[in-house]
Design a protein around this ligand. Structure first.
Ligand code: MLC
Length: 594
């Protein structure tokens, strides 16, 4: 069989890797796939995708795909790019209505589904769509492996705009599509290469969702472009992750019975060989769960696990997407006997922007470090009275009168920044300054840290370090590394017959960083309903419409919600009035898992 592939910059780089070295491992089946098979399978998948639309051009079209984490996801993703199209990963955990919203908003031309998710895809496409995308089922790889494929490389059409689109919540009531063109994805991967030094010898354990920038760029594209191996576990489970980390260090050796289809990951007897994991990137909730699962491991696994996370084997452990509480950072260093979690700051719209460094002197507690190579960062201070913005110049980090540290909004510019919100010029305009800086909405200070920022991690990690202070809007909640819009949840709550009025807030939580809480005034129907409508019923009602992580974990029913003359709720005051002070909330969150 002959199949052609477009020599896009991204595919060209992947094709330059050693074809015999391992690109992807599906942990659940024990199957390993080399870079050579990856390129051939991408060519086959592209061929099949184009056939499914009668060989029409897909250039610039959005292609949604519901495929579980693993080799199939990677092949599909790259096959879409190789068709000059825009990859739109759809989360299998999201309810049909949310997926329909994304397919409608993006006007996706095709939906690709793996065999596992074909029923779900059919249900999504069944009704409620403004247009009907073609449904294409991803072929299996093993059955095709027998057929040799000749890959013929062609040049991409000029002006082709392939890339990826991710949906993200913000201060609007509905998620927006963030357009990340191929050049932007490459810039995001390159800056991480320079800062984190991904190597062909790296083996990364992938436990993150694949509809986010953290899981797709940091943990997939960046390692693939460096020739590293990525091993996928479907969904995070702390006990399973510990077993995998420990496997190479168990006394009976690192061989666990398992079959691998192309042999690259097997020993002579056909058993799978587990390589030590060298690279692990996750959100604080994951690190916290790893720590709390450790004491219940058997002593054999504890010993092997400790070895696995030592500096000698796990060369890089990264925490991001939410701020890392100091106790988790310290406990991880204690358990690993010296490994220090590296913190960094990023966002869907900008990839990674600021990072601590590889040198331990540049892993500064509570700091996200320095602007990454090619990323321009500035802090814009707002005058509370006039609303006027001033850029905080270097050396002017303190107010000359009060001596206090000056806080400003983080603004970003450079090749790693997204191009636009999909078909939403008003939102795009609102989030950029007139001179082209992206307004992140996050507030930070800059501070010189003695002994750090002296260029030991690279020339980019010099000068004062950035420390995130919080968010500009109380309507953006970060829970378990997921960004949640309070307005979106309020909109969904208001659609429930039992709700007359509501406000959604973020409360501090040990387990999640923040957790979503709803304050509700019941409607007449809610008051008169024979059965009580409590947190369980609210969660059940909302789960039909929004992904489970967005559903409030707490509910307080009140008589009224105080609003100002503009009809707005002061959320800080509301939290204090309804939930009490931070200490009381903290104790509440410790008393239960939620
Ligand atoms: C799950 N639940 C959550 C939740 N995740 N609730 C609040 N916040 C979350 N993030 C709910 C479930 O629906 C379930 O409800 C209950 O909590 C317990 O579920 P679980 O099975 O224990 O949780 P789990 O599915 O294991 O998920 C936890 C997690 C996951 C931490 C592994 O949230 C996760 O993978 N987070 C990472 C997100 C991420 O990649 N963010 C990066 C965004 S990019 P019930 O009712 O069923 O009991 C970005 C830019 C950057 O931010 O800088 O990186």
């Amino acid at each position: 069989m002959q199949a052609s592939l477009q020599r896009t910059p991204l595919l060209k780089l992947i094709n330059e890797q050693d074809p015999s070295s391992i690109a992807i491992v599906n942990h659940s089946s024990g199957t390993a796939f080399s870079y050579g098979s990856l390129i051939r399978d991408v060519a086959r998948a592209r061929h099949a995708l184009l056939q499914s639309v009668g060989d029409k051009s897909l250039a610039g079209e959005r292609i949604g795909f519901i495929v579980e984490n693993g080799y199939g996801f990677v092949v599909t993703f790259l096959a879409i790019l190789a068709s000059s199209a825009v990859a739109l990963p759809l989360a299998p955990s999201h309810p049909a209505s949310e997926l329909r919203y994304i397919l409608n908003d993006s006007a996706a031309a095709v939906v690709i589904s793996s065999a596992t998710h074909v029923k779900q895809a059919e249900e999504v496409l069944e009704e409620g769509l403004d247009h009907v995308p073609v449904l294409h089922q991803l072929g299996t790889f093993d059955e095709q492996r027998g057929n040799a494929v000749d890959v013929e490389w062609t040049e991409p059409p000029s002006g082709a705009t392939c890339g990826m689109m991710l949906y993200t919540s913000g201060t609007t009531a509905r998620p927006k599509g963030v357009v990340l063109r191929e050049a932007c994805l490459l810039a995001q991967a390159h800056t991480l290469h320079e800062a984190w030094n991904y190597q062909p010898s790296d083996r990364l354990l992938h436990i993150l969702p694949l509809h986010h920038i953290h899981g797709t760029v940091n943990a997939l594209l960046a390692p693939l472009l460096a020739g590293s191996s990525v091993e996928f576990m479907i969904g995070f489970n702390a006990e399973r992750a510990w077993s995998r980390l420990a496997a190479p260090f168990l006394p009976n050796g690192n061989v666990i019975a398992n079959s691998a289809s192309d042999g690259t990951n097997n020993d002579a007897s056909g058993k799978m060989v587990f390589q030590p994991i060298t690279f692990l990137t996750a959100v604080p909730t994951v690190w916290a769960r790893m720590l709390s699962a450790y004491p219940s491991l058997s002593s054999e696994f504890q010993k092997a696990g400790k070895k696995a996370i030592s500096v000698e084997h796990l060369r890089l452990n990264i925490s991001g997407s939410a701020s890392l509480p100091a106790p988790i950072r310290e406990a991880w260093t204690d358990l690993s006997e010296g490994n220090v979690l590296l913190e960094r700051y990023g966002m869907t719209e900008i990839g990674m922007a600021i990072s601590c460094g590889l040198d331990y002197s540049d892993r500064v507690e509570s700091s996200v470090g320095w602007p990454l190579p090619s990323v321009e960062v500035r802090l814009a201070e707002t005058n509370d009275e006039t609303g006027e913005e001033t850029i905080i110049a270097f050396g002017e980090e303190r107010d000359p009168v009060t001596g206090k540290e000056r806080q400003g909004e983080i603004q970003i510019r450079g090749p790693t920044v997204f191009s636009e919100y999909w078909r939403n010029p008003a939102a795009t305009k609102k989030e950029f300054t007139r001179d082209g800086w992206f307004k992140t909405g996050d507030i930070a200070i800059r501070r010189t840290v003695p002994g750090s920022g002296e260029g030991r991690s690279g020339p980019w990690a010099r000068g004062p370090a950035y420390f995130i202070q919080g968010r500009r809007s109380a309507d953006i909640i970060k829970s378990g590394g997921e960004k949640i819009s309070a307005l979106e949840i309020e909109r969904e709550l208001m659609a429930l017959p039992n709700v007359a009025e509501c406000a959604v807030v973020g409360l501090p939580s040990e387990a999640w960083g923040q957790k979503v809480a709803a304050v509700v005034v019941l409607s007449e129907a809610g008051k008169n309903s024979a059965k009580t409508w409590g947190v369980k019923e609210m969660r059940r009602d909302l789960k039909a419409h929004i992904p489970p992580f967005k559903v409030p974990q707490e509910l307080e029913i009140v008589e009224s919600i105080k609003r100002n003359a503009m009809g707005k709720v002061n959320k800080k005051d509301l939290i204090a009035a309804v939930f009490g002070d931070t200490e009381r909330i903290r104790r509440r969150s410790l008393s239960g898992r939620r």
